[in-house]
Design a protein around this ligand. Structure first.
Ligand SMILES: CC(C)(COP(=O)(O)OP(=O)(O)OC[C@H]1O[C@@H](n2cnc3c(N)ncnc32)[C@H](O)[C@@H]1OP(=O)(O)O)[C@@H](O)C(=O)NCCC(=O)NCCS
Length: 180
């Protein structure tokens, strides 16, 4: 597999990630990263791959016409990770809270890509009067993500037990919070 985006990113891990707003043209690369975590891990509770059309509709609703963000990190010209924001919960009193989801290509982790994405996103969210709290909902176990979120100023506020069920087993969910 000579030239998948993640593969290229891996070989350029010494290059600093470049974080920017995603465009529609980035959705296939974003989808490729996310699909790995849907199909092979319990990190996301989605069990079915989002179709290209679903990605486009989500982008149009949340980002183009909405208050939400999708940022990508490029390493050597290839998308190596992304972060997206979405409503924390649908009811209107939650409107000042936002949920973050971050995914780095599996062969590009541990090289500062996630950190670059969170640095850029959190700076933006702090400057945005519309948002007051950020949440990360972490399926356990995920020591890497818990350490990553603590490092970026998140605090564990509570853990739900066996709230999820995927691949034949129950999963706990940790709620991490950060003031914006
Ligand atoms: C979690 C994730 C987003 C972090 O991004 P990353 O690019 O790998 O992390 P970075 O290289 O920017 O690391 C930043 C910090 O995170 C922490 N960290 C990241 N991965 C870690 C791991 N496996 N174990 C312990 N700490 C870890 C470290 O504290 C690190 O701090 P340092 O710079 O002082 O070493 C990424 O590993 C990933 O996508 N993992 C799989 C999907 C996932 O779990 N997403 C989050 C869902 S809630």
């Amino acid at each position: 597999m000579p030239s998948s985006p993640a593969h290229q990113a891996h070989h350029a891990a010494d290059a600093a990630p470049h974080v920017r707003d995603a465009g529609v043209a980035d959705l296939p690369a974003v989808a490729a990263i996310y699909t790995h975590y849907v199909l092979r891990t319990t990190i996301t509770f989605n069990t079915e791959v989002r179709t290209p059309r679903q990605w486009q509709e989500r982008f149009a609703t949340h980002v183009t016409a909405g208050r939400h963000q999708l940022l990508v990190a490029e390493v050597a010209g290839a998308v190596a990770g992304f972060v997206e924001t979405q409503p924390f919960r649908p009811k209107p009193a939650y409107d000042r809270s936002v949920e973050l989801s971050v995914y780095v290509a599996p062969d590009a982790t541990g090289a500062g890509v996630g950190g670059a994405l969170y640095g850029a996103l959190l700076t933006r969210l702090e400057a945005d009067e519309a948002f007051h709290r950020a949440y990360a909902v972490i399926a356990l176990p995920n020591e890497g993500s818990e350490a990553f979120h603590r490092r970026h100023g998140f605090t564990l506020r509570g853990t739900l037990t066996e709230a999820g069920h995927k691949f034949g087993r129950y999963l706990d969910v940790a709620y991490y919070e950060r003031a914006l």
